[in-house]
Design a protein around this ligand. Sequence first.
Ligand SMILES: *[C@@H]1O[C@H](CO)[C@@H](O)[C@H](O)[C@H]1NC(C)=O
Ligand SMILES: *[C@@H]1O[C@H](CO)[C@@H](O)[C@H](O)[C@H]1NC(C)=O
Ligand SMILES: [Zn+2]
Length: 734
Amino acid sequence: MTFSKTKLVALSLVIGCVGLGIGIIIGYFGIQESVPTENESIHKKLMKEISNERIEQNLWDITRKPHIAGRDTDEKVLVERIKNDWENAGLDSVVVHPYDVLLSYPLQSDSNYVALLDKDGNEYEVSQKKELVIDEEQNDPDVVNPFNAYSAPGTPSGDLVYVNYGTIDDFIELNRNVGISTSGKVCISRYGKIFRGDKAKHAEQYGCLGLILYSDPADYTVPWAGVYPSDWYLPPTGAQRGTLWVENGDPRTPNYPSISSAWHMSEMEIPLPKIPVTPIGYGDAWKYLEKLGGAEVPESWRGDLNITYRYGPGFNSHTESKIKMYVKTKNQAAIIHNVVGYIQGGVEPDRYVIFGNHRDAWVFGAIDPSSGTAVLMEMVRAFGKMVKQGWRPRRTLVFCSWGAEEYGLIGSTEWVEEFQKELQSRTVAYLNVDSAVNGNFTFRGSGVSSLRDVVFEAAKLVDNPDSAEVAAGRSTVYDTWKLKLADNDNLDIPYFGGLGSGSDYATFLQVIGICSIDLRYVYDYSTDLGSYPVYHSVYETFELVSKFVDPDFKFHQAVGRVWAEVGRKLSDSVVLPINCRLYAKDLQKKEDSLITEFGEKMSDHGIDLKLLQDAIQMFATAAEKIHNRADALKPNDFYANRALNDQLMQLERAFIDVNPLPGRISYRHVISAPSLHNNYGNTAFPGLVDAMFDIDADPDQEGRWDEVRRQYSILVFHILSAASTLGPVTLEQK
Ligand SMILES: *[C@@H]1O[C@H](CO)[C@@H](O)[C@H](O)[C@H]1NC(C)=O
Ligand SMILES: *[C@@H]1O[C@H](CO)[C@@H](O)[C@H](O)[C@H]1NC(C)=O
Ligand SMILES: [Zn+2]
């Protein structure tokens, strides 16, 4: 990649010397002539080298201060620390990439709040302006007050309406069936189920003046346990920060990098929220919901507060009162930084295996993301040590510490946008870890299905960090994963889910078609928690992690080991471990669900389902053939291996459309993407499925079905493209 670029933005002295090109390094090492076979012993040395104690020390260091994006605690202190560490670790090159982007902050001196207004306009039942300090360390002036990034500022007041989780179905239910118009009301939604940015989008779409977000005990506590500091559940004073940006990257530069030459869209044109949105804790929410009038809500809308949940509008016992929001959150430009380090490949330096983790946190971020950053730092040190001892990977390893992920994957997106041409032609895979450990229940790998087996193989090599599980005969990470989170269709293997848009893999996968995975240890997702309980609150501290999640940092260590081994395998294997047969199976499964859900309706509207079936069959045949060809390759036939690997590497690119999905900016993947209505999860065939959404209720039947037919043809085309990507390239292969 080209790094001899200078940016005109102001940079600190330490970052001044970034223009070092990896081109120099390529000249430096030269390309080895021999083709070594896969290095088997290195994986044991590498795993042994990754130390739980060093990870603990890293986490302690990183979480001494809050480190939000755009502020020196993150952009200077941690950037310098990581850059220095990586240089000392023996990486061949470490480059810092700054971007000038639009962020958002509340005012520290004039905090956001919610209050009731009596008939004379006096405020009472005012919500807390800061989260309660439980441990002295939380009493830090750099703790940002609770806010939702990119909220519009404003002080709306009006009648309050409860909108449950704020899903599109909840708003339809209220406005269409219950008969309560949310237009002109201040709405209150509980966190959970869907991305908060979509809650805000729905609230705006349904005419709300403002949106209050709160964490209900039903979603962030369990009835039989205590709350922080006596357990890890959310106390009533905790509030969940988080972004409202539903796309990815700097909102002012959609699809292009925020480099010094960038053109900025005017803020008026950017699809950021136009209404004020702010989060509160359940201690405060109780004060408003307890007084709410109107009919009782049905069971599925009830949370766990000790009240009768009602829809509103307005208040029962305080009939003349209104709710008021006071929101001073404002957009503000800031410089953010990615740190990118390289270990050059010994045989194929122009093929990249990329590891990434974000660095910025809303507050201390001991889970999100610093558990991952602590692991990344230790893993890089271990790889560096292998290099110092004379090892070199076959392909280039790239390590990325992203800035401003919390605001909307901004650092990773700007970098992918800046280097997209090189990344598309050279990247084998992107391996993400956000929070390395948000619980100690089981390991969980997710990603594109072609990478499933390489993750399984790595998980089988890593010792189980859970001693009770080892005692029960499950000696590896894989064993517990298979037991506690089995695949629904095959209980003999672990569940390996697809990727949504929750972290930095999104732009790699959704915009430039790089096959990606995401790894973490998780709490028991079968509980009804909306996330791990203290998510994005001031209570996400080192103490909480070391007391309630991973006292010995063995779970962190296990994630580091799986991550390192997946990357090493992708880097060292002569034939890339990308399994196209699994992709074919996955397509067939997605097609089955599509037909079960929409098949009849689609046929009734003249859509020939056989076209999709035939395309998937062609893909399956091509997948079968390319793996047969791979099996017949001679390991020392460099050109033949390289040619076939390029086909495997390019497979994912075939699913990227030239146009974004309808209604989106940063999503182009036609097989799997978050749907328009649920931004965290991933939906199979998103263009087509979004086109079908609520179609019966639309008076424009002809227009809607025409769009469905258009999306169907785009989908079929891309599957045929993927089949041709894998097809034979020489006469002998045909
Ligand atoms: C109900 O819950 C609120 C908020 O958590 C609390 O302040 C109050 O003491 C509780 N009341 C009863 C009767 O338990
Ligand atoms: C896992 O977390 C639970 C809940 O905080 C804790 O009680 C338990 O000791 C942890 N297990 C291990 C092996 O650390
Ligand atoms: Zn994160």
